[in-house]
Design a protein around this ligand. Structure first.
Ligand code: PLP
Length: 391
């Protein structure tokens, strides 16, 4: 097909026209179980009636005024997000990458206030933080750095989950303003750091006046069985980035900060035209209400256990499966060989999934899934693996 859309995506040959709960429907009437959620976005399922209603109602009341005026929903959503994260305030934007950009600006200005002329941010191997210039620079991707360089200055790259690397970085640089990481890496293949690592990192940051900044864009909002993944590690970062599931499909993001980090950006220092408008913040509030009222994290723990049992029983013993990593509803099934072809083959069987890092089947199922959906997902994956790889 001759498309006028810039070819920045490798698109699968399917056109979805409708979604309902955990299911998607294409233009030919085929039904699919959605084990991807538009990349950890539609955690509450498609066409959620309460979310549809707030979108309709808000659109008939007020959509947008600009941040030149007080926006009540934004105040309320900020309060709720702060209660949930332990942060003190929020900057609203429209995407994950933008929330990372805000965090980078906070880190740099914090560094300048400490008198560092060239403040550094420590970033991790195997990380992903988005596609804008700063976020792309912080992301560990040699190809995009080569294609779009020069990347931003002042980044120190260390190995994820390696505490000695951090210690060395701190010893050899006296101007580190922040450490940025995903406690559980998503695009990187669903890889968690160790509890001891993040706790020690937190301690080192406090000792050296370094901001600890957690990118929760993928892992936030009950995805791992807690509101935010860092809560599994018993630490509280200084800056938290969120987006994806907060709007269940309506673009909204936020960069949250506490204590000193919350007092860095002052009037005129950062902004966004759309950020935190009436539509996105009223939807965000509704999403948080639904997640709280339905005790969504409890369901995630339940279906995550079901996933563990099912993958243990059906997939673990397959020769081509090298490792299965499950954190709530962030699931990585690593194979010994390249399996990118499985995305299209899964679609043919009515399942939407993703492959990352070429060898990792990544599942981000809706958090409203029931055990029966989990069993169905695992059954189809077992078929896919046994039909396509030697065992
Ligand atoms: C998706 C993602 C981002 C980027 O979010 P966008 O909304 O695509 O800009 C940043 N960080 C993490 C961890 C992500 O998974």
């Amino acid at each position: 097909m001759n498309s006028n859309v810039m070819p920045t995506y490798n698109r699968k040959p399917v056109t979805f026209v409708r979604g309902d709960g955990v299911y998607l429907y294409d233009d030919k009437g085929n039904k699919y179980l959605d084990a991807l959620c538009g990349l950890a976005v539609t955690s509450l399922g498609h066409s959620h009636p309460i979310i549809s209603k707030i979108i309709k109602d808000q659109s008939q009341t007020l959509l947008h005024t600009s941040n030149a005026f007080i926006i009540e929903h934004q105040e309320l959503l900020a309060k709720r997000l702060c209660q949930l994260t332990g942060m003190d305030n929020a900057f609203f934007c429209n995407s994950g990458a933008e929330s990372v950009e805000a965090a980078i600006k906070i880190a740099r200005k914090y560094g300048h206030e400490r008198g560092y002329s060239n403040p550094k941010i420590v970033v991790m191997s195997n990380s992903f933080h988005g596609r804008t210039m700063g976020a792309m620079s912080a992301t560990s991707n040699k190809n995009s750095h080569e294609s779009f360089g020069p990347i931003i200055e002042g980044l120190i790259r260390v190995n994820f989950n390696n505490i000695d690397d951090i210690k060395n970085a701190i010893t050899s640089n006296s101007d580190i303003a922040a450490v940025l990481l995903e406690p559980i890496q998503g695009e990187g293949g669903i890889i968690s750091c160790d509890i001891s690592y993040l706790q020690e990192l937190d301690r080192l940051c406090k000792e050296n006046n370094i901001l600890l900044m957690a990118d929760e864009v993928q892992s936030g909002f009950c995805r791992t069985g807690k509101w935010f993944s860092y809560q599994h590690f018993d630490i509280i970062p200084d800056v938290v980035m969120v987006a994806k599931a907060l709007g269940n499909g309506v673009p909204v993001g936020a960069c949250l900060a506490r204590s000193e980090a919350a007092n860095i950006l002052k009037a005129g220092m950062h902004g966004s035209t759309f950020g935190g408008n009436y539509l996105s913040t009223s939807v965000g509030l509704t999403v948080l209400d639904i997640m709280r009222d339905s005790q969504l994290c409890m369901n995630v723990k339940h279906i995550s256990n079901a996933m563990k049992r099912a993958t243990d029983a059906e997939l673990k013993s397959l020769n081509v499966v090298s490792e299965i990593r499950i954190y709530g509803m962030m699931i990585g099934i690593e194979l010994k060989s390249n399996c990118t072809e499985l995305v299209v083959k899964a679609l043919e069987k009515g399942l939407v999934l993703n492959v990352t890092k070429e060898k990792v089947i990544r599942l981000l199922p809706p958090l409203i899934c029931k055990e029966e959906h989990i069993l169905k997902i695992v059954a189809i994956i077992k078929q896919l693996i046994t039909e396509n790889y030697e065992n």
